[in-house]
Design a protein around this ligand. Structure first.
Ligand SMILES: NC(=O)c1ccc[n+]([C@@H]2O[C@H](COP(=O)([O-])OP(=O)(O)OC[C@H]3O[C@@H](n4cnc5c(N)ncnc54)[C@H](O)[C@@H]3O)[C@@H](O)[C@H]2O)c1
Length: 261
């Protein structure tokens, strides 16, 4: 036996590591930021929603974690450049990033979906992930390497009725994850994707506002319930840690069994 139990837990430790989290003002991003800060990471919490971002900051401060909030829109190149620079200025070379900000956006059959609405979803979910990695990677390389986790979705692997923009954007996020993983593996950056299933966050609360729709969604889960954002955060934190040191370019479902059904 080469690894003791205490050593295995030590591999989850993030002490002193500078980690940037997008969409940190709510849901999965918030839970991941708090979890990683609790494991010692120095968090740059990014969101377009200032109030939400500040609440996350307060939650991290309440557990004596280290964090800053940076307001940035991940579809704006200058904002993305600035958020990475602020992470580096405050906490040193970047070790990792959880590129998680995203929206469901407009649904509808392809023929009914307005082009502008299609473009908004692609811009935030896919172009945003591209821009984030474009500027995060040099800051990670400067520190000798690290880890990136992108939030895709079960919609990166299967289609859902009348959700062409979201499904396409998340397939794109997974494709981009694999591409960047391949291109940077030899330079010591591991890039992976987490594929959440339906998870109770403000994003899903909107979709499941109708109790009937919610009950139907719950029944469709082999596990019989929707996910909790902290359950997605666990996967992101594991992928960002040394415990996942041989995990590169992979896609991890955290979905209560939907992918197996
Ligand atoms: N909740 C689910 O059921 C579910 C399932 C699969 C995948 N996802 C994905 O998980 C990720 C997180 O979703 P969540 O459920 O925690 O949602 P959420 O709405 O609770 O959080 C998303 C956060 O992203 C921020 N954001 C949106 N656009 C932004 C932009 N342009 N720049 C910066 N920040 C921006 C929002 O302000 C919000 O705080 C998303 O990528 C989503 O597509 C969610």
């Amino acid at each position: 036996m080469t690894t003791s139990v205490p050593q295995a837990y030590a591999q989850l430790d993030m002490t002193g590591r500078s980690i940037l989290v997008t969409g940190a003002g709510s849901g999965m991003g918030r839970e991941a930021a708090i979890l990683l800060a609790g494991r010692g990471a120095r968090i740059t919490a990014v969101d377009v929603n200032e109030a939400g971002g500040k609440e996350t900051l307060q939650a991290i401060e309440a557990i004596d974690g280290e964090a800053q909030f940076v307001r940035a829109d991940i579809t704006v190149e200058n904002d993305v450049q600035t958020m990475v620079q602020e992470a580096v200025d405050k906490f040193g070379d970047l070790y990792g990033a959880f590129n998680n900000a995203g929206i469901i956006g407009a649904g509808g059959a392809v023929v009914d979906l307005e082009y502008d609405k299609w473009k908004t979803v692609m811009d935030i979910n896919l172009n945003g992930a591209f821009l984030c990695m474009k500027y995060e990677i040099p800051a990670i390389l400067a520190g000798g390497g690290g880890s990136i986790v992108n939030t895709a979705s079960t919609a990166a692997a299967i289609a859902y009725p009348n959700l062409p923009a979201y499904v396409s954007s998340k397939h794109g996020v997974l494709g981009l994850t694999r591409q960047v993983a391949l291109d940077y593996a030899a330079q010591n950056i591991r890039v992976n994707a987490v594929l959440p299933g339906s998870t109770m966050t403000p994003l899903a609360e909107e979709a499941f506002a109708d109790p009937e729709v919610k009950a139907k969604a719950e029944a469709a889960q082999p596990i019989g319930r929707l996910g909790r954002p902290e359950e997605i955060a666990e996967m992101a934190a594991w992928l960002l840690s040394d415990a996942a040191s041989f995990v590169v370019g992979s896609a991890f479902f955290v979905d209560g069994g939907v992918n197996a059904a």
